[in-house]
Design a protein around this ligand. Structure first.
Ligand code: S3P
Length: 167
């Protein structure tokens, strides 16, 4: 059954672009629910992300992530924070484009690296600059809107709200 309600807003971008905090803030501003795709993966699999990568591998994580995305997109009205690698699966891109208003939080690689540091819960944190370089065109191609995310959460969420209101 197709979900009934406003088109969800999905935030995409690399680790350290502020997707989670911005999605929370935007959801509050809109009175919508906040959905974190990584959190859905953890809840559905019963394992932290770091353990999924270590025990089952990245491919299994991507499979779980795609499943969680399908579920998350039915939870309207909602603002979704996607994982940084959601665009690694072409089917996820198709699904996002057809089902959500997609916003790319564009951030300078140095800012993202400084924000993420050596987070042990993010198995791919060390590869962030390389991943950003590889995925940048995928974020841009998937997004309906691109927002400069080198700013505060408050500013970024407010900017998205005004842009969405204007479209
Ligand atoms: C990943 C980003 C993470 C998480 C996983 C893989 C990636 O999400 O999904 O560690 O491939 O860039 P955040 O972008 O929310 O940190």
């Amino acid at each position: 059954m197709l979900p009934i309600g406003p088109r969800p807003i999905a935030l995409i971008g690399p680790m350290g672009s502020g997707k989670t905090e911005t999605a929370k803030r935007l959801a509050t501003l809109l009175g919508w629910q906040f959905v974190d795709i990584d959190e859905l993966v953890v809840r559905n699999s019963g394992k932290p992300i770091e353990r999924i990568f270590r025990e089952d591998g990245e491919e299994e994580f991507r499979r779980l992530e795609s499943q969680a995305l399908v579920l998350g997109l039915t939870m309207t009205p909602a603002v979704l924070a996607c994982g940084g690698g959601v665009v690694a699966e072409p089917d996820n891109i198709k699904l996002l484009k057809s089902s959500a208003t997609v916003v790319y939080l564009k951030v300078d690689a140095k800012v993202a690296v400084a924000r993420v540091g050596n987070d042990p819960d993010r198995p791919l944190a060390q590869s962030l600059p390389q991943l950003l370089a590889e995925r940048e065109h995928l974020y841009a191609q998937t997004a309906d809107l691109v927002v400069d995310a080198d700013k505060t959460v408050e500013e970024v969420a407010g900017r998205i709200r005004s842009l969405i209101g204007a479209t």
